[in-house]
Design a protein around this ligand. Structure first.
Ligand code: DGT
Length: 253
């Protein structure tokens, strides 16, 4: 981690925005994205790791009083036909906010280009989850058309600020994710079946490996994808982790 990255100088706030490198971690439910993100955060001060805002979906707050009004994650799992579209508007909005967050000032003082690493992105929101819900019939064709319309509009309006320079794909067989999901025992996920994880796996594969997902954003088709074998126990095995971190470093720093 001590290899010296390329040095750039900044001239103003707009230049700073354009100078940030943004990388997202993608992968199936319970593949280990949060663990990977935490280990990455511990591994160095040179990047900022921004977690997925799952807590916000579990606790929707009233706009005025900030009191908890509902658990949208639970509602989506209980009645996907009713709540999937609402869920995707909320998850995409929180992902948009996350991706627009400026990196902390100390990253700009360090040598090299500041790097922000996100757990998932506005792109997996659309090309993995929302698309999957549409294909399952949980989002109808009107909702899907409306979703795609505002999604394209917002991503295009924010332009470079929400573009990614890299994607880390944590890839594992759905069966492995099912085991990990069982071990962590998140209450809302108790009804999740292997079949659902297989469908999400297929969406990731189409998007990131086969490149057969039809993408609306030309820039996204050019984003390099680093594929890591997340069926390996990277949390327990320091040799695996060292290999992963070297690959991440060589790809993005
Ligand atoms: P990890 O760290 O790989 O174990 O993953 P988590 O638990 O940090 O995050 P993840 O991907 O499992 O997402 C949390 C829960 O939210 C999980 O039940 C899947 C669900 N979820 C996440 N994003 C979306 C989305 O865009 N649409 C739908 N329908 N569900 C989502």
């Amino acid at each position: 981690l001590l290899r010296s990255p390329h040095c750039h100088s900044s001239t103003g706030p707009m230049d700073d925005i354009n100078r940030v490198k943004r990388v997202s971690i993608e992968g199936n439910i319970a593949v280990g994205k949060s663990t990977f993100a935490q280990l990455l955060q511990f591994a160095g001060q040179d990047w900022e790791v921004v977690p997925e805002p799952v807590g916000k979906w579990q606790s929707i707050e009233s706009g005025s009083s900030q009191q908890k009004v509902s658990n949208l994650l639970d509602m989506m799992y209980q009645d996907p036909q009713r709540w999937s579209y609402t869920f995707q508007t909320n998850s995409c909005m929180s992902r948009m906010r996350t991706q627009l967050q400026p990196p902390p000032a100390h990253l700009f003082r360090a040598e090299g280009v500041p790097v922000q690493v996100f757990e998932r992105s506005v792109y997996s929101d659309r090309y993995v989850f929302a698309l999957n819900m549409f294909e399952l019939g949980c989002i109808n064709s009107t909702e899907w058309a409306v979703y795609q319309d505002w999604h394209s509009f917002l991503v295009e309006q924010f332009g470079r600020q929400v573009e990614l320079e890299g994607i880390i794909y944590l890839r594992a067989p759905p069966q492995k994710c099912m085991e990990r999901l069982g071990q962590r025992g998140r209450v809302e996920e108790k009804g999740v079946q292997l079949d659902y994880l297989e469908k999400l796996h297929t969406q990731h594969e189409r998007w990131l490996i086969d490149k057969s997902t039809k993408l609306h954003f030309e820039q996204l088709t050019r984003v390099p994808v680093l594929v890591l074998d997340a069926s390996l126990e990277f949390e327990e095995d320091p040799k695996v982790w060292d290999k992963f971190i070297t690959q991440v470093w060589d790809s993005y720093f």
